[in-house]
Design a binder for this molecule. Structure first.
Ligand SMILES: [Zn+2]
Length: 359
């Protein structure tokens, strides 16, 4: 493990390093170039104090100008342009920050390992088999990319902790701690804990498909299965549907549509965001009282089968709405075709084309 302490006052102990190695050894094939163990032994891991960490994070964010996912607050994964690190991923971790999140040495060991492995997972998810190299492809859609990338990195990390739980109490506690920590992270990270508990698919599928829209269908079945198993969790169901729409694999079957219709709507509901998102078989805009609604973002995102989009005009629409159908040009479209019902198919076609820009 190539740990280089640049400025941290906290040293990582041999026992702490051993624990990280133990997790990585158990995770996958040790000789593959994209295995955790290979990564752990070949990537450079820099430790910095808080002042430096904040500086680097800011520089990183400035450089990325929004086209890279924001990373963990305790560590990050990036690449340097200068030799000898050119084009090689590096990991930067702030032990001082980790220390602030824990209440014992054991917890420090577990959280350090969690942060490190999360960052290694990013590297793993950037490995390109054809090029035999780590290639970071800037996401076309940072919102979607970050949710997927961060949650899958966390899902993979939790999986690694579970490879050692049969070794006794201390290991079981490490796994429980990691899972608990993830639930306290911001939603796009915490979602990884939920994925792990409910679905836990092979994260490398995401690596295969994330830069290739034509391959997104690969993940369709696990996602659909997952959605069906979680129908009572309304909010999460919406989020999943949003993902499916963003991935362009939103062909829900009729049973899913019925579940959509069964969403109970309280009289004073103010948030209808994502409500029907991804219901690609929905043909009509349902009759709902939206007079108290303040958020209709993506309410009908990906609902490509709605025959008369202009029915949306029957709703009271919040003044500052952004994207009800997942497109910003909805106003223009509705106005353009409002008085020409014969052109509705043209409108729907146009809607689809516009929508693709945001996937
Ligand atoms: Zn991350």
């Amino acid at each position: 493990m190539n740990i280089i302490n640049l400025s941290s006052s906290i040293e990582i102990t041999p026992a702490q390093i051993s624990f990280c190695e133990e997790l990585c050894e158990n995770g996958d094939n040790n000789t593959e170039k994209d295995s955790y163990y290979w990564l752990l032994n070949h990537l450079h891991i820099f430790l910095v104090n808080e002042a430096n960490f904040v500086k680097y994070v800011q520089e990183y964010e400035d450089k990325s100008s929004g086209d890279k996912p924001s990373t963990d607050w305790l560590g990050y994964y990036t690449r340097l342009d200068c030799p000898p690190f050119s084009n090689t991923p590096i990991i930067v971790i702030c032990p001082e920050r980790i220390a602030k999140c824990v209440s014992s040495d054991d917890e420090f060991t577990w959280l350090f390992a969690k942060v490190l492995i999360h960052e290694l997972s990013h590297a793993k998810l950037d490995f390109n088999n054809e090029k035999n190299a780590y290639v970071h492809t800037p996401p076309e859609d940072p919102f979607f990319y970050t949710w997927m990338e961060e949650s899958i990195a966390n899902m993979m990390t939790l999986g690694l902790f579970d490879t050692v739980v049969d070794r006794g109490d201390w290991y079981q506690k490490s796994s429980a701690f990691a899972k608990d920590f993830v639930t306290k992270q911001p939603p796009k990270y915490a979602f990884g804990g939920w994925l792990y508990a409910n679905l836990s698919f092979n994260g490398l599928k995401w690596r295969e498909v994330k830069t290739r829209p034509d391959r997104l269908l690969c993940v369709k079945k696990p996602w659909n299965d997952y959605v069906r198993s979680c129908t009572k969790k309304e909010y999460k169901y919406r989020v999943i549907r949003c993902f499916l729409v963003q991935m362009g694999i939103c062909d829900f079957e009729l049973q899913d549509e019925q579940q959509c219709e069964n969403i109970s709507i309280e009289e004073d509901t103010t948030d209808m965001s994502f409500m029907f998102c991804g219901c690609s078989s929905l043909t009509e805009i349902p009759k709902l009282d939206t007079s108290n609604v303040t958020d209709m973002n993506y309410m009908f995102g990906g609902c490509f089968s709605i025959i008369n989009i202009s029915d949306i005009l029957k709703y009271k629409i919040p003044e500052d709405y952004q994207e009800i159908f997942g497109i910003k040009e909805i106003d223009d479209l509705i106005n353009k075709y409002k008085n020409r019902p014969q052109d509705k198919f043209k409108m729907i076609k146009e809607l689809k084309l516009i929508d693709k820009k945001y996937m």
